[in-house]
Design a protein around this ligand. Sequence first.
Ligand code: PNS
Length: 156
Amino acid sequence: MKVAVYPGSFDPITMGHMDIISRSSKFFEKIIVAIGHNHNKAKGMFPVEKRLEMIKLATKNMDNVEVHIYDGLLIDFAEKVGANIIIKGVRNSKDFEYEQNMALINNSLKEGVETFLLVADPKYCFISSSMIRELMYFKKDVTEYVPNEIMHMLKT
Ligand code: PNS
């Protein structure tokens, strides 16, 4: 079975993430959306359990999508869930440069694990979780940047 992992912080999930999940779910039998969580690092805006609930709600109509939390190295998590494909979305050359390094590190840690980079839809190229957090901080409307299903969960 072709299982792919789509990792990220998802703090919170955005329409850009949804686009990558939806497009990649057509090419693999199972997509595991994996929330990277390192308890030595800053907690982020939303607790990981809340991010998990948000993504589950937003992807509830996608039959081949699962949502997990992982701690530690992505490559170890991928091995644990039997995935040899990592999916990443790239919005611009900065993303590409970062993801190229991540793909090379992950491939050197475990041969045979490939990273598939999906070019973001131009209408989502300027959206990021950090931009949403900033807009929320200044009490601006973020309705068009996050899935409808999670709007009610954005209050921290
Ligand atoms: O949405 P983000 O913040 O770009 O997601 C980053 C994430 C969580 C995917 C990345 O930091 C990650 O994979 N962290 C786990 C540690 C790891 O495997 N690092 C790569 C080898 S050094």
